[in-house]
Design a protein around this ligand. Structure first.
Ligand code: ADP
Ligand code: MG
Length: 773
């Protein structure tokens, strides 16, 4: 047990016994028997409101709160005060270092640690942390991807404190680091990270959504996209993991025969959680609560050794930071438990892949969900308008959304076993679908009169919350009061899919706002006298025009975008054909999907909503293409290496053993023949039959031959690839040729595995990896 004294606080941690003593007034103990109270530890490591009040001068605290609310900049004087306060808090918690914590375009997080230590002229050591240090840092950024924005001679970019996300302490066994959430920019101010466009998209969406809400006489100060992210992952035993270079280098198994059980029995999903795994999960949650991450659900997933964790939804920028932290904590705690977490989208062929269901909705600053159908006609109309904005947005930008979730690793998952298809479409559920159909085709509503709202001239049905009718096969499903984007990959940052979705919805809402304005004028509408009673609000004569206008916009939008709606089985092959007929974006690989970033209409979207500049878009396209190529190259190289150093040597030996048997059998036959002749036995036909064993040997030998041929082929192709310069050409070689060759090699190796003695097989098998105890 470790025991460290930091002023009047100490923190002791050992695997199954946690003691936290914060000051003198709070003491709690966590162990296997007693558990703990989440509230007691929640945000223990976060510089939250409570700590700001304690560690900042009152005025600084007030001003800072105001600035966060308004999204304004912190000036240097205030920054000095905050820096001092947060340093004092951090030091009281035994922290020695600080780091700007940011999300470069690798999709991971990055941090460069610096200690608080300063040495005075006279040699006295002192802890210092200035406002300047807090606001800005200049990491040596030359090795982060920039997609050509920042050439290496001007390698330095800088990070800027993102005040919208709270500072936190990342604890380690030997100490802690104060992490300052930051954005990452080049010297010219181009965004080099995932966070900046996400924040910009929130800004844009809030503006256009508020404008619409003002017409409904709701005047929120802000609208927030909120997301709840269900994170799926696999756990494997650490010892097995390090014996598989493919898992270590590429995150997935490049070989491996599915064991007979696999997931056919479907008995893992929601099954009882094994003791070892539950201990791991509880340890993870304990760390998450301290970081203020509201972990809510945990369960087994479809495949053996697959699990899920989901926190309660939060503002998308916070949820995105928190998801990054969840991935880090999962990895860290797994290692402590002799486990390794696999975040890859498809670690095991033939088994369920892992995703990240991105539950997205919009909330105003009072916490009202804009996708809650609500109870009054007023809310119904508003609901339908916002619902339509998403349908139109996804319809117009389904290609860009598809691109936003495209990575080499997600390619193996999308459209595969129990995974969302690679075509984006929306599922609404039976009730909403029939409403939409009535609106689009001007059909009569098939509802009883009490379920219909009279809007004056037109009618709409009362929409009640309905989340019973779920279609698990849809990549983008409306689930009662939120949209669940299920095609997002388990290892990716959620920032990109969310900033694309935010931007798309923002643009459509902006357009709706303009339509309302042009149809009704800006100032004509004064609803103030109708606040409070939705029914009256809509039936009032002077509002009929407003209601009609909104209905017109809804119907126009639905008519334009109805082709994105699909209620059927997304896994069926017919859907692919149907989607092509509907002119949806049908691609099955990353390089093709990424092209969507370059379409003028998509560039226009991101530029107009101020989410990205053209340079920033091009940079992202380049980086994504490069990453795709590198990832396939690494897989191919790892495969070649494993075949040469592990698979082939074992196969040769086993082949030799098989051959030895044949050899001996042949000799045996000779012997028996001689013997029989000697004894004057006439039944010479009664010879030793080794043909069937010989065939078995031949089969094995053919596999080894094939392996050698195919290996040579892949190596040649890899050499050729190295001579190419053009990104698109390289990506296309990787996607078609190299991947096919790898598939072929894998099939051969898997057949060899099936025919080789288990104890000799040089790498842990699927059975070893998937049935952890
Ligand atoms: P399921 O597995 O049934 O889809 P989960 O409970 O595992 O559901 O996860 C649902 C996720 O959706 C949680 O993160 C939850 O907080 C989130 N969520 C719930 N309501 C909303 C909402 N209005 N907006 C965004 N996310 C939401
Ligand atoms: Mg879900």
């Amino acid at each position: 047990m470790k025991n460290r004294n930091f002023d009047n606080e100490y923190f002791i941690q050992k695997k199954d016994d946690f003691v936290i003593n914060e000051g003198k007034d709070r003491l709690f103990k966590i162990n296997d028997n007693k558990g703990y109270n989440i509230i007691d530890i929640y945000q223990y490591n976060v510089f939250n409101d409570e700590k700001m009040r304690k560690f900042l001068p009152y005025n600084a605290y007030k001003r800072f709160k105001e600035i966060i609310k308004k999204g304004e900049k912190v000036d240097e004087i205030l920054a000095d005060e905050i820096a001092h306060g947060v340093k004092e808090w951090a030091i009281s918690r035994g922290v020695t270092h600080f780091a700007h914590w940011f999300q470069p375009m690798t999709g991971l997080t990055a941090e460069k640690h610096e200690s608080f230590l300063n040495i005075e002229r006279d040699g006295t050591p002192i802890n210092r942390f200035s406002g300047k240090n807090l606001i800005k840092s200049e990491p040596d950024a030359s090795s982060f991807p920039s997609g050509g924005i920042r050439s290496t001679f001007e390698a330095r970019g800088y990070t800027i404190w993102d005040t919208s996300s709270p500072m936190f302490i990342m604890e380690n066994e030997k100490g802690g680091t104060l992490c300052i959430p930051s954005i990452f920019l080049s010297y010219n101010g181009d965004s080099l990270d995932k966070k900046t466009p996400l924040l910009r998209s929130m800004e844009s969406l809030s503006k256009s959504a508020c404008k619409i809400l003002n017409y409904f006489n709701e005047n929120p100060s802000r609208v927030y996209p909120v997301v709840g992210i269900e994170q799926e992952y696999f756990l494997v035993d650490k010892d097995f993991y390090y014996n598989r270079e493919d898992l270590v280098f590429t995150g997935r198994t490049l070989f491996g025969k599915n064991p007979p059980k696999g997931q056919q029995l479907e008995d893992h999903y929601f099954g009882s959680i094994k003791e070892r795994i539950l201990n791991f999960m509880q340890e993870v949650e304990f760390e998450l609560y301290k970081l203020g991450i509201p972990a809510k659900t945990r369960h087994n997933e479809v495949s053996p050794a697959q699990f899920e964790i989901a926190p309660i939804f939060e503002d998308v920028n916070i949820a995105s930071d928190h998801n990054q932290l969840i991935m880090e904590i999962l990895k860290k705690i797994a290692i402590r438990n002799n486990l390794i977490v696999l975040l890859h989208e498809k670690p095991f062929k033939g088994l369920n892949g892992s995703g990240k269901h991105n539950n997205w909705s919009l909330s105003d600053n009072k916490g009202n969900n804009l996708f809650d159908p609500g109870e009054t006609p007023h809310q119904n109309l508003k609901f339908l308008l916002f619902l339509t904005s998403v349908i139109v947005a996804v319809y117009r930008y389904n290609d860009l959304l598809r691109a936003s979730i495209s990575t080499a690793s997600n390619d193996y998952r999308l459209g595969g076993n129990e995974a969302p298809p690679s075509i984006i479409s929306i599922f609404l559920g039976q009730k909403l679908s029939s409403i939409v159909e009535c609106l689009v085709y001007s059909k009569r509503f098939d509802f009883t009169s009490k379920d219909i709202i009279d809007l004056g001239i037109s009618k709409i049905p009362i929409i009640s919350k309905d989340n019973t009718d779920r279609n698990r096969t849809s990549p983008f499903a409306f689930t009662g009061n939120k949209f669940e984007f299920r095609a997002v990959g388990s290892s990716q940052s959620v920032a990109t899919p969310n900033f694309i979705l935010n931007a798309a919805v923002s643009k459509v809402l902006e357009e709706f706002g303009q339509k309302i304005e042009s149809k009704l004028g800006k100032k004509d509408i004064d609803f103030t006298k109708h606040i409070g009673n939705g029914n009256e609000f809509l039936i009032e004569k002077e509002n009929i025009k407003f209601n009609e206008t909104i209905m017109e916009i809804i119907i126009e939008g639905l008519r334009e975008s109805k082709d994105i709606l699909f209620e059927g089985d997304n896994y069926s092959p017919e859907w692919k054909e149907e989607a092509k007929r509907r002119k949806l974006f049908v691609v099955d690989n990353t390089p093709d999907a990424l092209k969507a970033f370059l379409y003028p209409k998509n560039k226009d979207l991101l530029i107009k909503t101020n989410v990205l500049t053209e340079r920033e878009i091009d940079a992202r396209y380049n980086i994504k293409m490069e990453r795709f190529i590198k990832s396939v190259e690494l897989e191919a190289e790892t495969m070649i290496h494993m075949i040469k150093t592990k698979i082939l040597p074992v196969s040769f030996k086993y082949q030799k053993d098989l051959f030895d048997v044949i050899d001996k059998l042949q000799k045996l036959e000779d012997f028996s023949l001689i013997l029989k002749l000697k004894e004057g036995d006439k039944s010479v036909n009664n010879k030793i039959n080794y043909e069937i064993q010989f065939n078995y040997f031949l089969e094995y030998k053919n596999l080894v031959d094939n392996l050698l041929y195919s290996l040579e082929e892949l190596e040649k192709e890899m050499d050729l690839l190295k001579t190419k310069e053009n990104l698109e050409e390289k990506a296309s070689i990787c996607n078609s040729k190299i991947r096919n060759m790898m598939d072929n090699l894998r099939n051969i190796v898997d057949k060899l595995e099936e025919r080789t003695e288990k104890d000799r097989w040089p790498i842990p098998t699927y059975y070893d990896l998937l049935y952890i105890n």
